[in-house]
Design a protein around this ligand. Sequence first.
Ligand code: OGA
Ligand code: MN
Length: 281
Amino acid sequence: MSLLTINKLTDTVGAEVVGIDPSRMVSDDAIAEAILNALEDNGVLVFPAVNFDPADQVEFCRRLGAIDHSADGHHPVAGIYPVTLDKSKNSSAAYLKATFDWHIDGCTPTDNSYPQMATVLSAVQVATSGGETEFASSYAAYDGLTDDEKERFASLRVVHSLEASQSRVNPDPTPEQLAQWRARPTHEHPLIWSHRSGRKSLVLGASAHYVVGMDRDEGQALLDDLLKRATTAEQVYSHNWSVGDTVIWDNRGVLHRAAPYDETSPREMLRTTVLGDEPIQ
Ligand code: OGA
Ligand code: MN
């Protein structure tokens, strides 16, 4: 018998896990294994009202894989990063406006560590308006290509950069900001990610800067078209947060974004990211 009770939320992405005892999520290895399998199958798992405290969240994530500590220092608990536009809660909040654009976490790591496999968010405070998190499957994005497109795109490579994602939300940076963005190494990824599992997905989103060897405008038009086709309303699961919810998504097969919310909103999510064990290839 399956260890988890799961309700699918859309045809292509997202499932709700109901009736799970949160204390087993931080103590039971069989549950961790079942969650990893369900994550691979559904892309996004919603755990309503688990009310994790930050240390529990990190312990839960540790059972799923190695934790990303590259953003430590913004929260007293190592492994926790506050996602909020409130600068008093996170001194690097300005960067987080880029979460309003579709993206995949981990396309522009600070070093050569493996890209983030999964991201976990728990809601501490929610926005009064907006602030849902939206998800679309990047496996479905690949599956939706024509056979001709699958063939034509097989060799395409795309350069991803922090500058690309930041300049969309801050088109007029100071020279210092630009220098900071450019200090982050760029990363070249294939457009089509061939996973160890045998599945294929598209690597798209705000960090995609340009298609290697293609005219800039033509490459931009291609990336825009693919993203638009991947994120039509009927393919999106939108999570409307309640305080205490935990949501986990699989960056190998999911694009996501935050629906806009006010910059003065107290909305605060606590994030932990789990590193993967395979490169984008
Ligand atoms: C993130 C992210 C979206 C949100 O934490 O990586 O994109 O809804 N968050 O806050
Ligand atoms: Mn993100």
